[in-house]
Design a protein around this ligand. Structure first.
Ligand code: AMP
Ligand code: MG
Length: 393
């Protein structure tokens, strides 16, 4: 049995970045850039108006202009505005030659009859309301760093500089295997002794949230031959294989034996932690295998503490093993010494509350938990106010 710290160290030493892939902007949401991105153009690529209004060469003193052309956004045919003349202009339209300022239409009086406009306030300085060429970014400037997660805003930025494809870390493909004869799928009727398979839907959701696109769920009964067959198949077709249940010491817990038969090399088995003591991790070549104890709380905790950081590192993230926050414990906690405890908790800003119903079969607290709080291995009492590691779910 190893400590939580040792488990993290072993996994971090065995995880590598995934291969890179070029994909279209449309498909890139939530993935991570595998390369720095430099803008191929100046943005804006021409000086343009930031307002609907009137444009002219303004020196700060003149108050009256003859009105000339009308310049719509996208219209580039009008080239020059003669001195003493103003042009009607709209937001995003190219500034014509011979102008330096846009005065918003609300501040202008217009005499249709004389074809003149008047501006009588001192609010506008020469040069106002013009978006200058290159004021967002210059051609060749670094606009996004390698590892950046592609959010809707990042997609907008990339599109604004004309980029249609990006190089990303290809998320690994994942297969998960649910084991247990007592499990029924949601949507069917339970008979005495059966329970619903809640780990399956939860794992799908956890994986989606971790950026995984290709997720296959398998179901295996507690039968050695059948389990072996499914493990072999998942290992052949997927980069990462996750198992739920069957890894403990019960008579029908065949997962470890079947993984050994499939040629999986053990990285560790059993961690000094609660929940999730009998967790197994292994590798077969480049492929990662995680066998999580079947209790739903163990799945939630082990996934977030070990599987998620590995998947994130593969996809280009940094600092994946660090807690999101270090915060004072709101109430003293008694615990069994020799085990790290992960408690379901809720964090609002810098305040945490430890939730009731921490038993590993109890899913009620899952709906309110948004983080896990780590209580260190050695102690049997963690005092109120002790700084503890907090991991967002
Ligand atoms: P095991 O690790 O197979 O001994 O399972 C531990 C506990 O978790 C047992 O009470 C199982 O019934 C329960 N369990 C196992 N798999 C699931 C699942 N997919 N959904 C809900 N509970 C499960
Ligand atoms: Mg079982």
């Amino acid at each position: 049995m190893i400590s939580v710290t040792q488990a993290r160290k072993i996994l971090s030493e065995n995880t590598e970045r995934a291969g890179v892939k070029i994909i279209s902007l449309e498909e890139s949401l939530d993935l991570h850039l595998a390369k720095d991105i430099y803008s191929p153009i100046d943005v804006p690529s021409f000086d343009n108006s930031a307002m609907d209004g009137y444009t002219m060469e303004y020196d700060g003193s003149r108050k009256e202009w003859d009105l000339g052309e009308i310049i719509q956004a996208g219209d580039t045919s009008r080239q020059k505005v003669v001195a003493g003349t103003a042009a009607r202009i709209f937001t995003g339209a190219k500034m014509p030659e011979g102008t330096n300022t846009v005065i918003p239409q609300e501040l202008i009086q217009r005499d249709e009859h004389l074809g003149k406009i008047y501006y009588d306030l001192d609010q506008i300085k020469p040069g106002s309301n013009v978006r200058l060429k290159g004021s967002q970014c210059r051609e060749g400037e670094l606009i996004l760093a390698k590892g950046t997660v592609i959010t809707p805003g990042v997609i907008g930025l990339l599109a604004s500089v004309g980029i249609v494809e990006v190089e990303i870390y290809a998320p690994p493909t994942v297969g998960y295997i649910i084991t247990g004869d007592e499990l029924k799928e949601v949507g069917t009727k339970l008979i005495e002794g059966e329970i619903y398979n809640s780990n399956g839907p939860m794992l799908t959701a956890l994986l989606k949230k971790a950026g995984i696109r290709v997720i296959s769920g398998y179901k295996a009964s507690d039968d050695k031959e059948k389990l072996q067959q499914i493990i072999n198949e998942a290992l052949e077709t997927r980069n990462v294989v996750i198992l739920s249940g069957g890894i403990s010491v019960g008579d029908y817990d065949f997962v470890k034996e079947c993984l050994e038969n499939a040629g999986v090399n053990e990285l560790f088995y059993k961690i000094k932690q609660r929940p999730g003591k009998p967790m197994f991790a292994g590798k077969k070549g480049e492929k990662f295998i995680f066998a999580l104890p079947g209790n739903p709380a163990s799945v939630l905790s082990c996934f977030n503490m070990y599987v998620k950081p590995c998947l994130q590192y593969m996809q280009g993230l940094e600092n994946v093993w660090k807690p999101n926050k270090i915060l004072p414990l709101p109430l003293e906690q008694k615990k069994k010494p020799g085990f790290t405890f992960f408690l379901k908790a809720r964090r609002e800003g810098e305040k945490i509350s430890i939730l009731g119903g921490q038993q590993s079969f109890n899913l009620q607290a899952f709906s309110t938990a948004n983080c896990l709080v780590e209580l260190e291995e050695e102690k049997d009492l963690i005092e109120e106010g002790t700084l503890v590691n907090v991991y967002d779910l």
